[in-house]
Design a protein around this ligand. Structure first.
Ligand SMILES: CC(C)(COP(=O)(O)OP(=O)(O)OC[C@H]1O[C@@H](n2cnc3c(N)ncnc32)[C@H](O)[C@@H]1OP(=O)(O)O)[C@@H](O)C(=O)NCCC(=O)NCCS
Length: 164
């Protein structure tokens, strides 16, 4: 059974709640990605970046609190959304969380009138490539040394109009 997720946007939170979630995300981000690829999850993301969206997924925990399970970041540029990050906490991987989060993002962007989602993924990140392919993303081009010497980047696109 996949975990029961609540997916929200940090922009719907009050400042203190948003900062708490951003701090939790930041800790996971530092553990998951190399320093040069770790996204800075600072307060400005909540305050003054309306076209940058930070989504997070939680599940209820004992004592009425909730636990961070996954997060994603995208930037809207007119009809295109650039999906910068998708991450599921290690203990919750391979349980359908990534897929639920991707479906939520696709549905939300489609409703908002976005036409394409674009992303770059490291060629060696097989789980992420498989997740995106499953969601209908198509690989468009490969750029050697995109992330660092010897690390190839793959550009992928999902056409939201076509892949309904
Ligand atoms: C990529 C990532 C988000 C996938 O999240 P997840 O919750 O484990 O994915 P799901 O359980 O929803 O899997 C959905 C599909 O993706 C593919 N997939 C996910 N993990 C996989 C793996 N380890 N190996 C192969 N395919 C995988 C499968 O097709 C899977 O469907 P299936 O389980 O029915 O076979 C997660 O592995 C992660 O956070 N990785 C580290 C961060 C990262 O690399 N992010 C992407 C770049 S920003």
């Amino acid at each position: 059974m996949p975990p029961t997720l609540t997916i929200s946007d940090i922009h719907s939170l009050k400042r203190n709640e948003a900062l708490e979630i951003l701090a939790q995300i930041s800790r996971v981000e530092k553990k998951t990605f190399p320093t040069n690829e770790a996204f800075g999850f600072g307060e400005e993301l909540w305050r003054k970046k309306p076209n940058t969206r930070v989504l997070y997924a939680t599940q209820p925990k004992e004592g009425g609190r909730s636990e961070l399970i996954a997060y994603a970041v995208y930037v809207r540029q007119k009809g295109v959304a650039l999906l910068h990050k998708v991450c599921v906490i290690e203990a919750y991987r391979r349980q359908g969380v990534g897929q639920q989060l991707m479906s939520y993002i696709q549905e939300r962007l489609r409703k908002e009138g976005c036409q394409y989602i674009q992303l770059w993924v490291d060629k060696v990140r097989e789980p992420a490539r498989a997740l995106y392919q499953r969601g209908g993303f198509k690989e468009q081009e490969e750029i050697p040394d995109y992330y660092a010497p010897g690390r190839t980047g793959i550009r992928m696109i999902l056409d939201l109009d076509r892949d309904q």
